[in-house]
Design a protein around this ligand. Structure first.
Ligand code: ZN
Length: 442
């Protein structure tokens, strides 16, 4: 995943003090580095850890939840009937529990860095400490944020921004924490221009990236056209939000002019193919954005945590949508899931590729099924067409083994599952109790 797209056969990686110190032919490296601890990766693929550019760990607790509602018929109704009633019931215990199982699911399937935004109007102040605790206990790297929204009131928006500011402020002295600050704005149709400007000001002050859901469904487009006479990206540009430290999630319903604005301002995009299909919102103009040299990373939007599935879905979606079997090549997909994701969050000098001097965030993949030879010419095809997240054998983050032989070393997985199931059971009871309110949304 370096600039030359090099694939090296029969090589080894030497790691010292959390960083990559050599990438050499195995025989040479053995000569130059004797008496060191060796992790045997023969017959395996060694690649940079995957970066999930957009997620919602709290979505973990919704799986199988008893939501007896009139089925939503569009994306706005999905928010109104499913996500908003659920996030209103979320508490601090849920934030920690979902954070824990989410981080574990990511780590075990080869994600070493993710960006998460938490939503919960009744668990705002201090909630990022609960998620940070999960991040650090698992030992994965996470950019974490509270998703500021004014969907109930201006005050709710201020409290969301304040929580992100608090966390960013405190993060300045917590260099050892793997949880880094991120500012998150829900979406342009649930916030005022004032809130967007305020977030931009704080994010600039603390040098923290900002993310916002952008024209995921048509609600943003209609809202912004009716209220401001502008399309979503035009409004975000006029408010002064856009720029290289800003990651627009989704970008499904864009016109050509909006793609141009994103490109001209150096703004980044997190593409979420599986979530877009799940929510039936449409197909993002990914190929057009790539043509304009826009940095696009891959997210899961809190849906399927196995990023190999997300890569595969991205690969397939744009082929069928354009009815073009050459629509997008596998290597571009891999870059989106690694080095481009790193660039989005300003960490591409540290991670995203296997290069001397970078941090040793590495994953070792041992495909469980390998019907054809694995070599330099077949590996990219195998990564997109053969490999799944549960083929990830070992995971190193900052040179430290987090997953060894598919087993998480940092946290007892059974215990994490018990914590999560107990929290989910209580959350579901609360959801059942509030059912009449849910039904009024019909
Ligand atoms: Zn999202």
């Amino acid at each position: 995943m370096d600039g030359q797209r090099r694939i090296l056969e029969d090589h080894s990686v030497a790691v010292d003090n959390g960083k990559i110190v050599a990438v050499e032919k195995t025989a040479d490296l053995e000569k130059n580095h004797s008496g060191v601890e060796v992790l045997d990766a023969s017959g395996c693929i060694v690649m940079p850890g995957i970066i999930c550019a957009h997620s919602h760990l709290y979505g973990m607790l919704l799986r199988g939840a008893p939501m007896r509602i009139t089925p939503p018929s569009d994306f706005t109704q999905i928010l109104q009937r499913v996500w908003w009633p659920m996030d209103e019931m979320m508490n601090y215990e849920d934030a920690y529990a979902s954070g824990l199982v989410g981080c574990i699911a990511f780590a075990k399937s080869g994600v070493t860095t993710f960006a998460d935004t938490y939503s919960g109007p009744n668990s705002i102040s201090g909630v990022l400490d609960y998620i940070a605790r999960a991040v650090n206990e698992v030992g994965i790297k996470g950019f974490i944020a509270f998703e500021a929204t004014e969907r109930h009131s201006k005050d709710e928006g201020s409290r969301g921004v304040k929580e992100n500011v608090r966390f960013a402020e405190e993060a300045q002295s917590k260099h050892d924490s793997k949880a880094k600050p991120l500012f998150s704005i829900h979406a342009s149709f649930t916030v005022s221009d004032d809130l967007i400007r305020e977030v931009k000001r704080f994010a600039t002050q603390y040098r923290v990236p900002i993310t916002i859901h952008t024209s995921e469904g048509l609600a943003d487009v209609h809202h912004n056209l009716e209220k401001y006479g502008k399309r979503t990206v035009e409004r975000l540009q006029d408010v002064g939000l856009l720029g290289p430290n800003v990651i627009l999630a989704h970008c499904v319903n864009l016109n050509d002019k909006e793609v141009d604005i994103i490109g001209q301002t150096g703004t980044g995009v997190a593409h979420n193919a599986m979530s877009n299909m799940l929510n039936a919102v449409g197909v993002s103009p990914l190929l057009h954005m790539l043509e304009k040299n826009i940095t696009v990373g891959l997210g899961n939007d809190g849906y399927i945590f196995d990023m190999f599935e997300n890569m595969r879905a991205t690969f397939l979606l744009h082929r069928v949508y354009h009815r073009d079997p050459n629509a997008i090549d596998p290597y571009t997909i891999l870059e989106m899931a690694t080095v481009k994701g790193a660039k989005l969050y300003g960490i591409d000098k540290e991670v995203g590729s296997i290069e001397v001097g970078k941090k040793a965030d590495l994953i070792i993949i041992k495909p469980s099924i390998l019907p054809t030879p694995l070599n330099a010419s077949s590996v990219v095809g195998h990564l997109i067409n053969t490999v799944a997240g549960n083929d990830v054998e070992h995971v190193l983050i900052d040179g430290k083994l987090i997953v060894k032989s598919k087993k998480l070393l940092t946290f007892n997985e059974g215990q994490a599952q018990s914590i999560s199931q107990a929290a989910a059971a209580k959350l579901w009871t609360r959801l059942e109790a509030m059912k009449p309110q849910v039904d009024t949304l019909r």
